[in-house]
Write a protein that binds this ligand. Structure first.
Ligand code: 1HE
Length: 265
C-alpha cells in the first residue's frame, strides 16, 4: 500500500492515505498534542476534505500521548463572546469528525485528557493502549468542557460519572476506561495503531450505506423518540437493503461464499 503525505512537516495535523484508509495524526508531540486553534481548524479541514476513495479513517497522535487537551497557553485574556466563538469552533470541528463522511477509529495512548477526551469521544471506535489515561482537569483549571464534552461524554459514561470525574479530578486508567465506555478495546503498548488500522480496514469493507446508517442514522435514532426512531429505522433498512451491494452480499452468504459470524471474527 502506498502512503502519500499530504501535509507539511510543521503542520499541527498530518494526513496520510493508505489504500482506502486516511490516517490523521496530531503532530505536536513536544506539547503533548495540546490543541491550539490551528490544530482544531486543521482537524476540521482534514475530515471535511477527505479524498474521495477514503472509506474509513484513523485518528492518532504523534509521540507518547494522544492529546493533553486545550492548549492552555491560548487561554489568554479573551472576552465572553470570543470564548463562545472558540467553543463553537471546536464544536464545528468535532462534528466534522462525528458526522463526517466516513467512520473514524481513534488510537489512544498516554494522556487523553480534557479536550483530548472530548476529541476521542467524537470518534466512532476507540482503541486504547495500556498507557492510556483519561481525565477532565477542567474542574481543577477553573473552566468547563467546551469541545462538546458535556453532550458526548454523558452518552458514553453517564452524566453522574462525568460529574464525579470533574468534581474530584479523578483519573481513569486504560482497563477501567474500557469497562466504563471510554474505549472499545485495550491493547498492549505499541499495538494500538495496528489494531485501529485493522478495524478501519474491516469497516472500509462494509457496504457504504450500512456505514452511513451507522454513523448518521443510529445516533439520531438513539437520541430521539421511539416513534420517529422506528420510522427512521424502517426507511434506513429499506435504503440499505435496496442497494445492489446488499443483495450480492446476501447471495454470497446463501451460496456459502461469505464468512460465517463466529466469535473468532
Ligand atoms: C501543554 C499542555 C496543554 C502539556 N497546553 N501546553 N489540559 C490539561 O490540563 C493537561 C495539562 N498537561 C499535563 O497534565 C501534562 O502535560 C501531561 C500529563 C499531559 C503530560 O505530562 P509530561 O510530563 O509528559 O509533559 P509536560 O512536561 O507536562 O509537558 C511537556 C510540554 O507540553 C510542556 O511545555 P514546555 O514548553 O515546558 O516543554 C507543557 O507546558 C506542554 N503542555 N500539556 C499547553 N494542555 C475546549 S475546552 C477544553 C478544555 C481543556 O482541555 S482543559 C484541560 C487542559
Amino acid at each position: 500500500m502506498s502512503a502519500v503525505p499530504l501535509a507539511e512537516a510543521s503542520a499541527p495535523v498530518s494526513i496520510r492515505i493508505e489504500g482506502e484508509i486516511a490516517i490523521v495524526r496530531l503532530e505536536r508531540p513536544e506539547k503533548r498534542n495540546a490543541l491550539n486553534d490551528p490544530a482544531v481548524l486543521a482537524l476540521e479541514g482534514a475530515f471535511r476534505d477527505l479524498p474521495k476513495g477514503v472509506k474509513a479513517a484513523v485518528l492518532c497522535g504523534a509521540g507518547a500521548h494522544f492529546s493533553a487537551g486545550l492548549d492552555l497557553s491560548e487561554l489568554a485574556e479573551t472576552g465572553l463572546s470570543e470564548a463562545v466563538d472558540h467553543s463553537r469552533m471546536w464544536h464545528r470541528a468535532f462534528e466534522a469528525i462525528e458526522f463526517g463522511r466516513v467512520p473514524v477509529v481513534s488510537a489512544l495512548k498516554g494522556a487523553v485528557v480534557g479536550g483530548g477526551l472530548e476529541l476521542a469521544a467524537a470518534t466512532h471506535v476507540r482503541v486504547a493502549e495500556q498507557s492510556t489515561f483519561y481525565a477532565l482537569p477542567e474542574g481543577q483549571r477553573g473552566i468547563f468542557v467546551g469541545g462538546g464534552g458535556s453532550v458526548r461524554l454523558p452518552r458514553l459514561i453517564g452524566a453522574s460519572r462525568m460529574m464525579e470525574m470533574m468534581l474530584t479530578g479523578r483519573v481513569y486508567r486504560a482497563d477501567e476506561g474500557c469497562q466504563i465506555g471510554f474505549s472499545h478495546y485495550v491493547t498492549p503498548d505499541g499495538l494500538g495503531l495496528a489494531k485501529a488500522l485493522e478495524l478501519a480496514c474491516k469497516i472500509a469493507g462494509n457496504a457504504g450505506r450500512t456505514n452511513f446508517a451507522l454513523i448518521h442514522a443510529l445516533p439520531r435514532i438513539a437520541e430521539g423518540d421511539r416513534a420517529t426512531g422506528y420510522l427512521m429505522e424502517a426507511l434506513m433498512a429499506a435504503i440499505a437493503q435496496e442497494d445492489g451491494e446488499a443483495k450480492s452480499r446476501m447471495r454470497a452468504f446463501l451460496e456459502k461464499r461469505a464468512a460465517k459470524t463466529t466469535p473468532e471474527d
